[in-house]
Write a protein of this length. Structure first.
Length: 627
């Protein structure tokens, strides 16, 4: 059967090798390429006609099949041209750059009455129906979720191999060359096929967490949670920044066990049982047999509709966020995220996104293209530390870290965030609880601020929902927290706002240690722990200077500065809590001397300007006014 190949270089060279192996079954009648094709690349394939005109090439050679191994954004137009010229199509994965292009291709194939097969080679494996039979037969009980993991290394040259490599858009045209949409597209498509969710309408929603360690606009380290139409979650986590290659896999979670499918090896294992290996059918061979004798296609275009729904969600998602260099090993040919392979495995095993594992780089705040702060949603901390989300490290634009976590003097101090010593009788600050007429005491009263979800998220920040509760008890409040970063006249501004919604049905009271008899200890609210040992610490407002005068004062702004940095805090609702001599820290005091009760909700906002170097009082006042 005569075929033409569009795209003889790059991945097209793999198709040339396959065509050599299939001599006798197919004949390469033509090659379509916009670049000169080296004669040596066609050795053993006869003398195919070479042309940049695909429809003309099909018509002149009488080719029955057109193989498209061209860049992603060209798939749709070339497929439509080939179908109109009367050829069946084998298009390399992913099917198209956009869902709209996919729809055009599917309609064109149906209208022409011709086949359009997509090159997801893993779907040619007999292991796919075998896994589905295991699931249907109850081998692992009811399916509770599907995980996908993949970790590969890539040198820097991989991301410069072509003008479209590592791009989301090129010259106004969608490319979507990301880790999940190109190199690990097979992983996602295979998981959807195993779930029986490969056609349009099978995907209910998609959450994305896209990152890049390399200097590209697309993602090289990605996680998505796909909720299928029946409610089953599918979490795929992959990276191109691993130290070494691990074979990617699909992990099917069930109530009674798990199935591990290493799709690159066509290997299937149920729990700790024996590994079974399956045969794989070449998709070009399958297409030839379909054209000749009507054998069913293994990957007809409609079977990639579910994949395209996920790809579309990735295409329209916020741009991938950068991973700071200090999380990377830059000593080799490619960027490596130490430990990322185990992170990917945890995502697949726990059906969790990167941010849900408590990784600080997974929720960065970006100003001017650089991460200036990182947010930990789910820290692994003892209950006595009152586990809660926090910002750390927070950096100046020059890269100086201006937060500290778990210092020896107060191991429950966690960067910058929200902490309250007593809310409804529960300690959401950490450490000992102050008891009237007794002093600090270790009580079994600690609470947790539990991250529930991001409702909005982009490079500049996020809006988050949290639940405040004592483990084993009903939640006291639901919090809506908004954290944003933006440039300032000098440095950058962190904006931190929160609303506490009372869930108890009765007035809820907030107390500080000061309200229980410890004079001056009115801490509780937004709190920033600065690095200990910072030289030349100074604290001042427009009207006062020094810890004794500033502590407990009300002022629209307050500055804490060292020789290397200045933090300019601004809010007008509460007194300031300040420490310099004992340790460097600034906070707002929601219950300075008297308890604070609220019925329905409590709202507060604070902003912090983060500046390299020391500001004078005049400079601070000017910056506070124009922040």
């Amino acid at each position: 059967m005569r075929v033409v190949l569009a795209g003889a270089q790059g991945f097209g060279s793999h198709y040339l090798d396959r065509l050599r192996r299939l001599t006798g079954l197919v004949e390469l009648a033509g090659v379509c390429d916009v670049r000169p094709v080296p004669p040596e690349s066609l050795a053993g394939l006869g003398s195919p006609e070479i042309s940049a005109d695909l429809p003309g090439l099909i018509e002149r050679t009488g080719a029955r099949i057109a193989i498209l191994a061209t860049p992603i954004p060209t798939h749709a137009e070339l497929a439509l041209a080939a179908l109109e010229a009367g050829a069946h199509v084998l298009v390399e994965k992913p099917t198209a750059a956009t869902l709209a292009d996919f729809d055009r291709m599917e309609r064109a194939a149906a209208k022409a009455g011709l086949a359009c097969q997509v090159g997801f080679q893993s779907l040619g494996s007999a292991a796919v129906p075998a896994v589905r039979e295991l699931i249907a037969g109850g081998a692992i009980g009811r399916v509770t979720g599907i995980g996908v993991g993949g970790s590969w290394p890539r040198p820097a040259a991989y991301f410069t191999r072509s003008p479209w490599a590592g791009r989301r858009v090129l010259d106004g045209v969608d490319v979507v060359d990301g880790a999940l949409t190109n190199p690990f597209a097979h992983a996602l498509a295979t998981a959807l096929a195993v779930a029986g969710a490969d056609e349009r309408g099978a995907v209910a929603s998609v959450e994305t967490e896209l990152f890049h360690a390399n200097g590209i606009e697309s993602d090289d380290t990605s996680a998505v949670r796909v909720t299928l139409a029946g409610g089953t979650p599918l979490v795929a986590a992959v990276t191109l920044c691993a130290a070494e290659r691990d074979e990617p896999y699909v992990l099917v979670h069930g109530e009674k066990g798990r199935i591990r499918f290493v799709y690159t090896m066509d290997e299937v294992q149920v729990d700790d049982g024996p590994v079974q290996r399956f045969d794989r059918t070449d998709l070009l061979v399958n297409l030839v047999e379909h054209v000749r004798s009507g054998v069913p296609l293994l990957v007809p275009i409609q079977r990639t509709g579910g994949f395209m729904e996920v790809m579309e969600a990735i295409r329209v998602a916020p741009d991938p966020l950068p991973i700071a260099d200090d999380h990377q090993d830059l000593s080799g040919e490619g960027r490596v995220l130490p430990g990322i392979a185990s992170v990917v495995d945890r995502c697949a095993s726990e059906l969790a996104l990167f941010s849900e594992l408590g990784l600080s780089w997974a929720t960065p705040l970006v100003v001017g293209g650089s991460p200036v702060a990182e947010y930990v949603t789910s820290p692994d901390l003892p209950l006595t530390a009152a586990p809660r989300p926090y910002l750390h490290p927070v950096r100046t634009l020059g890269g100086t870290v201006v937060t500290e976590i778990r210092p020896a003097d107060h191991p429950h101090h966690l960067g910058a965030g929200l902490a309250v010593t007593d809310l409804g009788g529960r300690n959401f600050w950490g450490g000992r609880t102050y008891v009237r007429d007794q002093g600090p005491a270790w009580l079994d009263d600690h609470g947790v601020q539990r991250h529930l979800a991001f409702t909005e998220r982009d490079a500049a920040g996020f809006t988050e929902t949290l639940s405040w509760l004592r483990p084993g008890e009903d939640a006291l409040v639901r919090e809506e927290r908004t954290v944003r970063a933006r440039p300032a006249a000098r440095g950058w501004v962190l904006e931190f706002g929160f609303t506490l919604h009372n869930l108890t049905g009765a007035p809820l009271t907030m107390r500080s240690s000061a309200t229980k008899g410890r004079a001056g200890a009115g801490y509780g609210g937004f709190f920033w722990r600065a690095p200990a040992g910072s030289p030349g610490l100074r604290v001042f407002t427009a009207a006062a200077e020094g810890e004794e005068r500033v502590h407990g004062s009300r002022a629209p702004w307050l500055a804490l500065s060292s020789e290397a940095w200045t933090l300019l805090f601004a809010q007008d609702a509460d007194p300031w809590f300040v420490r310099v001599a004992e340790y460097p820290g600034v906070g707002t005091a929601l219950a300075w001397e008297t308890p604070l009760s609220f019925d329905a909700r409590l709202d507060r906002k604070v902003s912090v300007v983060v500046v390299d170097g020391r500001l004078s009082r005049e400079e601070a006042a000017e910056l506070a006014t124009g922040r």
